[in-house]
Write a protein of this length. Structure first.
Lengths: 366, 77
C-alpha cells in the first residue's frame, strides 16, 4: 500500500499497527440521529467493519429529561445512540467526556452559535476523540453524518476542513453523505471505499435523508441533529449565562448543568435564585439535592420542592417562601405554611401570603 | 469466574451504562457483574448495550426504585 506524502503523524502511528488486508475498519460518530445512522449504513454496505462511538458531555438531552419529568416517564425509554447501533448491528462505545468538554463550552476558540452552542469546537473535539480511539484500537478511518450546509456553524463547506485539521484526523475523516462534494479522502483514494457509492447531500433540507432512510427500510428514527444538545436551546443557554454571570466566573460542575435542566428557575435578587419543581418527578430529583441548598416546601398544602441557590437574608427568605406558596396548591388561599431548611438541616416555619402572579416580574424567570 | 458489584445508584443514564461498559472491559468472559441502579432507563439501556456487545443478561429486576441487573460477560470479539 502506498501512503501519501501528506500522511499525518497520527496516521503514521496507526499505520504501524498490524492489519488484515481487506478488512478495513471505520469508527462512526453516532449521535442517535438519522444522519449519523445513514452515514454508518452507507459504509457498512461497502463491506467495511464499522463500530460506533458516542460522547456524553453532560449537555446531552438523551435520557435525563425522560428520567426526571413525570409526564415523560410513561413513554418508552431508550438511548437513541444505542438503539441506532442495534438497528445497524454494530457495537457502540459510549465515552464520558464531562471534564474535558468544559474547556470547549467555557472557552470555544471559534465562539458560540445563536446560543451557548460551541458547535464547531465541539465537532472538532469529538472527531479528535474519535481519532484517538481509532489509533488506540487499530481502526483505519472516521465517519460522521455531516452534510454540507446542514448546520449553520459546524457543517459548512468552509468549516469542514477546519474540523478535519483541528481534530488531527485530516484525510482519514470521511463524510459519506456529502463526500462527492468534497475532495477525496484517504479511504477513497486508497480504494477502501468506492467514491461512486458515496453521496452528495447538501443544504438544510431533510428530504434526501428521508428518502435514503426509506430505501434502507428505516421506519423509525430520532429527531435530526442539533436537537440532542441542551446548548442549542435558548432558554437553557440563558440559564447557563445567568449562572456564569452571577458567580462571576465561567465554570460549572456536572450538578450545575444537570440542575439547569430541571424545574422553573427564578432569580428575584442578584444574590439568589430559586429552582422550583414542576411535577412529582422533578420534585423527587430536586429532593436528592436538598442537603446542599436552602430548601423550601409548603406544609399546609401540596406544592413543589424549591431549592434556593445563593445567599438569603430574612427578607429574601420571606420572598422565597411567598414564591414557594405561589407555585403550590395554596396559591389562591390567604395563608400558606412554608418550611425553610438550611444546609445544616435547621428548619423553621413561616406563615405567608402567596405572592400574586402579577407581582412576579417577567425578568425573574430565567 | 468472578462476581462483582457495581454501584450505579443515583446516576442518570447514560452514566450507568458507561460505568458498566468500563467495568466489563476489565472482566473476563464468564465473569458476572451485578449492577445496582436507580434510573429506570438502565433497565432498557444496559440490556441494549449487552445485546450489541454479546453479553448475557442473567437477571434484571426492579423493586420500588432499586434496579438490579446481572450481566454475564460474553466471549471477547
Amino acid at each position: 500500500m502506498s501512503l501519501p506524502a501528506s500522511l499525518s503523524a497520527s496516521a503514521a502511528a496507526n499505520a504501524a499497527k498490524p492489519r488484515v488486508a481487506g478488512a478495513r475498519k471505520a469508527v462512526a460518530l453516532i449521535s442517535g440521529g438519522l444522519d449519523s445512522m445513514l452515514a454508518a449504513k452507507v459504509i457498512l454496505d461497502l463491506g467495511i467493519h464499522v463500530e460506533g462511538i458516542n460522547f456524553y458531555t453532560g449537555f446531552c438531552v438523551e435520557g435525563h429529561t425522560q428520567a426526571i419529568r413525570s409526564h415523560e416517564r410513561d413513554k418508552p425509554k431508550r438511548n437513541n445512540a444505542l438503539w441506532t447501533a442495534e438497528q445497524l448491528g454494530i457495537k457502540l462505545h459510549i465515552i464520558e467526556v464531562i471534564e474535558e468538554y468544559k474547556e470547549i463550552v467555557i472557552n470555544p476558540k471559534h465562539g458560540y452559535g445563536h446560543n451557548l452552542n460551541p458547535c464547531l469546537d465541539c465537532k472538532g473535539f469529538m472527531v479528535r476523540k474519535a481519532r484517538e480511539w481509532m489509533e488506540k484500537n487499530g481502526f483505519d478511518f472516521i465517519i460522521t453524518g455531516e452534510v454540507i450546509g446542514q448546520r449553520p456553524m459546524s457543517q459548512r463547506r468552509d468549516t469542514m476542513p477546519v474540523v478535519a485539521r483541528e481534530s488531527g484526523a485530516f484525510d482519514r475523516l470521511l463524510r459519506p453523505l456529502c463526500a462527492k462534494l468534497l475532495p477525496p479522502t484517504m479511504p477513497e483514494r486508497e480504494g477502501w471505499v468506492d467514491r461512486e457509492k458515496l453521496l452528495d447531500f447538501n443544504g438544510r433540507g431533510r428530504k434526501p435523508q428521508m428518502q435514503l432512510a426509506e430505501q434502507y427500510g428505516f421506519k423509525e428514527y430520532a429527531q435530526p441533529a442539533g436537537g440532542c444538545c441542551f446548548l442549542t436551546n435558548e432558554q437553557y443557554s440563558h440559564k447557563l449565562a445567568d449562572l456564569w454571570q452571577t458567580r462571576g466566573t465561567k465554570q460549572y460542575e456536572l450538578d450545575d448543568i444537570m440542575l439547569l435542566k430541571v424545574g422553573r428557575h427564578l432569580r428575584p435578587r442578584p444574590h439568589f435564585k430559586l429552582i422550583v419543581g414542576r411535577d412529582e418527578g422533578e420534585n423527587n430529583f430536586l429532593n436528592g439535592y436538598r442537603r446542599r441548598f436552602i430548601h423550601l416546601t409548603a406544609t399546609s398544602h401540596p406544592g413543589p420542592m424549591v431549592l434556593l441557590e445563593g445567599t438569603a437574608n430574612d427578607d429574601d427568605l420571606l420572598l422565597a417562601a411567598r414564591l414557594t406558596a405561589r407555585f403550590g396548591r395554596g396559591r389562591e388561599d390567604a395563608l400558606v405554611n412554608v418550611s425553610i431548611t438550611d444546609r445544616e438541616g435547621q428548619t423553621r416555619a413561616l406563615e405567608v401570603t402567596p405572592i400574586l402572579a402579577n407581582e412576579i416580574p417577567a425578568e425573574w424567570y430565567l | 469466574m468472578s462476581h462483582s458489584i457495581l454501584d450505579a445508584r443515583n446516576l442518570l443514564c447514560p452514566m450507568p451504562v458507561i460505568r458498566t461498559q468500563n467495568r466489563i472491559a476489565e472482566l473476563q468472559p464468564g465473569d458476572t457483574l451485578e449492577i445496582h441502579a436507580t434510573d429506570p432507563g438502565t433497565l432498557h439501556d444496559i440490556p441494549a448495550w449487552c445485546r450489541i456487545h454479546g453479553h448475557e443478561i442473567v437477571t434484571a429486576t426492579r423493586e420500588d426504585s432499586e434496579i438490579r441487573v446481572t450481566v454475564r460477560v460474553g466471549a471477547a470479539t
